[in-house]
Design a protein around this ligand. Sequence first.
Ligand code: HEM
Length: 538
Amino acid sequence: GAPQTRTPTGAETGVPKTAKGQQGAYLTTANGARLRDTDHSLKAGPRGPVLLQDHHLREKITHFDHERIPERVVHARGAGAHGLFTAYGTAEAVTRAGFLKKGRETEVFVRFSTVLGSRGSADTVRDTRGFATKFYTDEGTFDLVGNNIPVFFIQDAIKFPDVIHAGKPHPDREIPQAQSAHDTFWDFVSLHTEAQHHALWNMSDRGIPRSYRTMEGFGVHTFRLVNEAGETALAKFHWKPKLGVHSLDWEEAQMLSGMDPDFHRRDLYDAIEAGAFPEWELGIQVFPDTPEETFAGIDLLDPTKIVPEELAPVQPVGRLVLNRTPTNFFAETEQVAFHLGHLPPGIDVTNDPLLQGRLFSYVDTQLTRLGGPNFTQIPINRPHAAVNDMLRDGFHQHAVHAGVAPYRPNSLDGGNPFPAGDAEHAFLDVPVTVAQAPKVRANPVSFDDHYSQARLFWLSMSPVEKEHIIRAYTFELGKCYHQAIKERQLQCLANIDPVLCEQVATGLGLPAPQPTVPLADVTPSPALSQVGQEWPAD
Ligand code: HEM
């Protein structure tokens, strides 16, 4: 039979921004009983004590007492917006995903965020920015949970708690909120040298974006695409902002942190309300799906590596326009729950060990953050595709499921076997062969190269961008208390580039060490510089 829709789709439940609150002729309790007075507690006489029997008082205060939910363990500070994605059709040869077919329009919700600060922290701190997009496709929701930096600190998700502990405020003093101005962060990245590439992007102007509207976005990991014929390709996702990539100057960023800590949130909201809708183009870099899973010698499973755009051009596949601000921040921006496992037919995962761990982490944390297993029923998280699952009960269950036999096949509820479904639109795991190999706690050897791409990034910068990077390292390392940590990080900089190391060492008043690894012979990639990243005029 036809799938039962468990809950109305998000489209049906969207509350317009023009809707007014509390416009009825009278207020009620949560149970619908009319209230005569919500301003005075029930007392034993005007001067007497408040009575425990005042159930309206208790309901009002109790609900208030529970208004807050835990903030996200990372990416707590964010701002979101609704929009529309329109596909060009240029990805049809490599993926069967329906939302990428020519002319297809898909509603989206995007949440931008900082990583390390708490919910109330300032927007313009030096940090990585989250760029998470929920595509409500008619084949199920697709979440592209990316960042504004194309590489990550670590190569294996098992280190994620460690890198976040190193980046979050010191446990004794709870300072600072900004990412990098303290010892534990620099201790981590100088000991776990795979983090050097990401840290260099953070020290560049990319770490202090001018606006969410002027950030690139990256899916970071390599994904596996499948087309109608079942052929596979490997791919990386990119968002290119129409306004080009622009950053703040460090002095601007610091002043704004004090004068307008909501700078990015306000900018996004005001731009959309003024009709200046932010736009991005979604693009993919496509690589042959070879058994080695490498391209031009670059390991595609290593999330600390990019593939320069000169070697694999970013091919535009669609356009995103953000055109509507949330009606209610809590209901939408705070309760939205992204998950890398939300994949439509035609897009699948790879064995990137960071990606594999993320597949577990998001739902796990959301079970706590959103109070149980039914958060996909919250309006912002509801798929726009019909849902017909056999999940039952649990905290905050909103569906009234009919029938007695939530299992297939059964002989009671219609008795039909597991329906074949609409095979054309079904998700299929790509039957990739898994190697017969001994179990190990080890990385591929290629993951040991921690410096060549950091050097590539540094050498691709314009003179002014290099100057900003030197100032950023000097400022941030200057805040460390431990001399040994500064020296160890200078050693890492020497392994990236001796000029970079010397300049920072001079700023810190320390000697510049010699490289301990051979310097990689790399060709600069102009696409890594922010200069000249605007779209051509329409
Ligand atoms: C949240 C990106 C690595 C765990 C987020 C968010 C983004 C993001 C954009 C914010 C989502 C939102 O706006 O609600 C990334 C990227 C990564 C990465 C691009 C690396 C390529 C990891 C890893 C883990 C992890 C390795 C854990 C093993 C989390 C958790 C949240 C989160 C627990 C909070 C989710 C919630 O409370 O809803 N991440 N992340 N992330 N990430 Fe990641």
